[in-house]
Design a protein around this ligand. Sequence first.
Ligand code: GUN
Length: 280
Amino acid sequence: MIIDGKKIAQEILLYLKDEVQKLDTKPTIAVIIVGQNPSSKIYVNLKQKKAIELGMNSIVIEMQKDTTQKELEDKIDELNQNPEINAILVQLPLPKHLDTYKIIEKIDPIKDVDGFHPQNVGRLSIGLEPYSTSCTPKGVIRLLDAYNIDIESKNIVIIGRSNIVGKPLASMLLARNATVTVAHSKTLNIRAITQRADIVIAAVGSAHLIDSDWIKDKAVVIDVGISKSPEGKLLGDVDFESVKDKASYITPVPGGVGPMTIAMLLENTLHLYNLQKEQK
Ligand code: GUN
């Protein structure tokens, strides 16, 4: 069965739009983009378009690629202090001369819409509720729930250990009582590990790495990877054609996890807005 991320995301966006309409002010997200990374620009434009469709405000702050650490930190400070800004997102990757971790730490945790701040990551990992959690892993779990796929006690193998996807996803699945294995580029014989998994979640960014040999019969396969073919076609980490008849559930690329990430971002924006309102 193909997991329709586009449809589930659309349902969430419709719900959010309804919720936003009930508010007396508009939740506002500020997105900072440094330099001209073409993929980043596409993502940022899409985020802005969707935010506006929901009736939120979206501010995009474009900074030059030679922006200094101090200039960027000052900009974040300004947004932290502005009560009209509810959510701050610094689009990654940043140019190499900037210290990404220091930048993330500068964001007020209650405005950290990506859930990347160490306070939010730390709270997630010890089982306390963070202000927000990373959007892509949150979207993956929402998809599993939407299709009533059990998480508790399942053997789940995540391929990829990034701070954006693999690690927070492992924390979230542990909190839901899964048995979680995180495989990565130094893991030996990954296939022997994925072949035992009830659920395989691929977040590597290596086109069509995973074929049917990697997968147990009737396993659930979630594809977070995105890469581009030389012709510009979007490719997942999973060879969909090879795996689709063996898996019980599978996400396509595009139209699987991708649309969920944006839905979760806007859900986080509304959540932070509500939290900030409660604090006033
Ligand atoms: N670059 C790729 N994914 C993400 C994300 O989820 N958030 C941010 N800020 N940058 C990204």
